[in-house]
Ligand binder design. Sequence first.
Ligand code: GNR
Ligand code: NI
Length: 171
Amino acid sequence: MALLPILEFPDPRLRTVAAEVDPAELATPEFQRLIDAMFETMYAAPGIGLAASQVDVHKRFMVIDVSEDRSRPLVFVNPRIVASEGGQVYQEGCLSVPGIFADVTRADTITVEFLDRHGQPQVLTCDGLLAVCIQHEMDHLIGKLFVDYLSPLKREMVRKKLQKAKRAAAA
Ligand code: GNR
Ligand code: NI
């Protein structure tokens, strides 16, 4: 299956707020193929998560695998954080902001309710990198990027750096 192109900052399409997934649509072969293509794209990148928004599909779901051996695929459909506690700082990166890394503060422990790829309701409490990744992906689904947590000046520096990298690649 072909890899999906990943949108890059400052593409305005990354600012789209995703719509809830209809469970009937989730059950279709087309949607299941889209989930598989997102995993393939995430593993190839390589990344630990990929939100549908990043591949220009504006529906509320994401794929994640934070395991060392890339053997624990997770699908979160219509995710909702129902509890969060504490704080942690993690140096984040993003496939849509390539080559940029910055510290972001997020909740330490979260409880998230979601549907799995089979449409089954699930509840998961987690912390550490998985909690960071879930919060990072859920931000994508509301059009938010980790660089939005930086100062406007730093964000402008990021934009210029990516623009310069793109010009160098085209030359
Ligand atoms: O691959 C990714 N690594 C990562 C590292 C720290 C915090 C968040 C992430 S998510 C990122 C993939 C991505 O951009 N998902 O939207
Ligand atoms: Ni990202």
